[in-house]
Design a protein. Structure first.
Length: 622
């Protein structure tokens, strides 16, 4: 039986649409419209539409009647290729233009005689014919045999539809499985396909060379200048003597890139094994800029404006230690502010402290706030160890000390506080940039902060807080494209145990209102009040948000939301006066994250409260 050999690369990759000839025989463009008659198979229709130069160039590349006739003739091959790539090897393509066959030798003259300025109708129709299936699937070298794992990776069976893209995908799976099993120099060439018209089948032959199983030998680090090689070697996830596997090498490369001191990290193996049969592994590094300066800007009608600079040294001692120095001016206007303030701090983080995936963080901070609830001037010192338990779980424990002076309702008090903050965080949103909007997953934060206050004979209390958010992409139920329409939910519950409201320093109490809790109410505007209307603060809080986020076009989007919450003077949450705010906002998406502008109003405004709030920031609120 005669077999016809096919080129699967051409069948799987639709031919790129070519630009029209510059030597068109007619200077006057001939407008036309193109109608593609559906085949009844949506994915095939999409491939046919994508492969047609008539459709692709209809509006952007206008040509004269003679060039248009050539464009029509070239579409036969493109469309036939698309049919064959879906397994229809006996399919037929029919093209008509102005009522004439696209293969009519006089078509150019017919189009030239068409009424000037009137679009010529072009119709593309198809007869799919029978669907061909796979026949025999084999490898070219009879001496080579596939393990059950490789047979499974190939994933092709006789009798399944002969779709070229699936045959080529199987080539990639087979090569990947070979290399994952240690065959570093394996090679799988583009498969050969042999058509059997009589049986309507396609035989597939893979030209396969497995090569030897190899292990990792010497590991080279190239391009390190400031970063200590010993730090990199301690952190490496790949080690000499381990089986060669591209997946583990890529994981090691990504881990090194995540340190934050490299602009790029590349990993490759040697061209051939060393004399001992192992393969060398070479990491090539390009170190990033040592220093960066960032501007910090924000605005809301309640907290006013803030502006400052942050200077960062990314590799202080050669082991990716990061030092941040920041100076931020706060209280630039705002209904919850009574004067200017500042936040000045130095923050040092040391990765891989004592063990891998454990970071030591030291922070010294000077803070001044002049809020409607209190005026605070404070000096804070903190030390914490953050440990990553898995891709999704992180825990932290530390020590904190604070010396502050607070003026509330005309009374000045000095406080000395010592605390042991403990927290755990779970994040399954899979975002590498925290400013990117989440479209799926869950975030949960748990914290407990036992604190001792020295003033007035001493007071011991513990601040407990649970936060959570989740994100549902409406693409999961088929309503929109992925990432375009998202419902986001947020909840917060907090309680202070061991002390009443007035036994707590004012800055240790809970306050509601603002973008972090209940939008539409000014910062500290929700909760118990003094007789003069100023916030007291409370010992419990609860708040929740439902927000709908819609992406528009490429760079724009909007959000609508409802927030609700309450603050009470008892340690049990879900008490107090429930306040509800609602609003909407716009988003402009940039490479570093969305710029957010939200407008919110209180639905049950307290006496003396603001009528609306405006929030401007970078990134979503949660």
């Amino acid at each position: 039986m005669r077999l016809r050999r096919l080129d699967l690369v051409v069948l799987a990759a639709l031919v790129t649409v070519a630009a029209p000839s510059r030597t068109a025989l007619a200077a006057t463009p001939q407008p036309y419209t193109t109608k593609l008659v559906p085949t009844g198979q949506a994915d095939l229709d999409a491939a046919l539409r994508a492969s047609s130069s008539l459709i692709a160039l209809q509006k952007t590349r206008k040509v004269g009647p003679f060039a248009l006739a050539g464009r029509i003739r070239s579409d036969y091959g493109r469309l036939q290729t698309a049919l064959q790539s879906f397994g229809y090897y006996d399919g037929a393509v029919t093209i008509t233009a102005a009522g004439h066959s696209g293969q009519d030798p006089q078509l150019a003259n017919v189009l030239a005689a068409f009424p000037a300025g009137k679009p010529a109708p072009v119709t593309l129709s198809f007869a799919r014919g029978p669907l061909f299936t796979l026949g025999r699937v084999q490898i070219s070298d009879p001496g080579e045999t596939l393990s059950p794992q490789l047979e499974s990776a190939l994933g092709l069976q006789s009798g399944q539809p002969a779709i070229a893209s699936e045959v080529l995908a199987a080539q990639g799976r087979l090569l990947g499985a070979l290399r994952d099993s240690g065959h570093a120099f394996a090679d799988v060439k583009t498969p050969l396909a042999y058509l059997r018209p009589a049986s309507r089948t396609l035989d597939i032959v893979y030209d396969l060379h497995q090569g030897p199983v190899v292990h990792i030998g010497r590991i080279e680090l190239v391009g390190l200048k400031r970063v200590n090689p010993s730090f990199i070697r301690r952190r490496l996830l790949e080690h000499t003597g381990e089986l060669y596997q591209p997946g583990t090498i890529e994981a090691a490369r990504q881990d090194l890139a995540s340190i934050g001191v490299f602009s790029s990290v590349q990993a490759r193996i040697g061209d051939k094994p060393d004399a001992d049969g192992t393969v060398p592994l070479i990491f090539t590094f390009t170190e990033a800029r040592l220093h960066t300066v960032a501007a910090n800007v924000g605005y809301s009608t309640d907290l006013g404006g803030s502006a400052g600079l942050t200077w960062t040294h990314h590799d202080l001692f050669g082991n990716a230690e990061e030092l941040q120095l920041a100076a931020i001016a706060t209280g630039l206007g705002g209904t919850s502010q009574q004067g200017l303030g500042y936040d000045v701090y130095a923050n040092l983080s040391k990765p891989d402290f004592l063990r891998r995936d454990q970071t030591l963080v030291l922070r010294l901070e000077g803070l001044k706030q002049d809020l409607i609830a209190y005026n605070q001037t404070a000096l804070l010192a903190r030390a914490a160890i953050n440990r990553r338990l898995s891709k999704q779980w992180t825990v932290s424990a530390g020590l904190g000390a604070e010396q502050e002076q607070i003026i509330q309702e005309g009374v000045t008090s000095d406080y000395t506080l010592g605390s042991i903050p403990i927290s755990a965080a779970f994040d399954s949103t899979d975002l590498s940039n925290p400013l990117d909007p989440a479209t799926h997953g869950v975030r949960v934060g748990l914290s407990a902060t036992p604190t001792y206050s020295v003033q007035k004979g001493g007071a011991f209390f513990t601040i407990l807080q649970v936060t959570g958010s989740t994100y549902f992409d409406l693409a999961r139920i088929g309503l929109t494209a992925p990432g375009r329409s998202v419902i986001a939910l947020r909840a917060l519950v907090g309680s202070v145990q061991g002390a009443s409201t007035f036994q707590l320093p004012p800055d240790q109490r809970f306050y509601g209102g603002g973008s972090a809790t209940i939008r539409g109410f000014k910062y500290q505007g929700v909760g118990p009040l003094f007789p003069d209307g100023n916030p007291v603060g409370g010992t419990s809080i609860d708040a929740a948000t439902i927000e709908f986020r819609q992406r528009l076009f490429k760079s724009w989007g909007f959000a609508t939301f409802v927030d609700a919450g309450q603050v009470a003077s008892r340690s049990a949450p879900f008490e107090g006066t429930l306040r509800i705010g609602a609003g909407a906002g716009v988003r402009y998406f940039t490479p570093i994250g969305p710029i957010r502008v939200d407008f919110a109003v209180p639905l049950n405004k307290p006496p003396g409260g603001d009528s609306f709030e405006l929030y401007v920031g970078l990134g979503e609120t949660f």
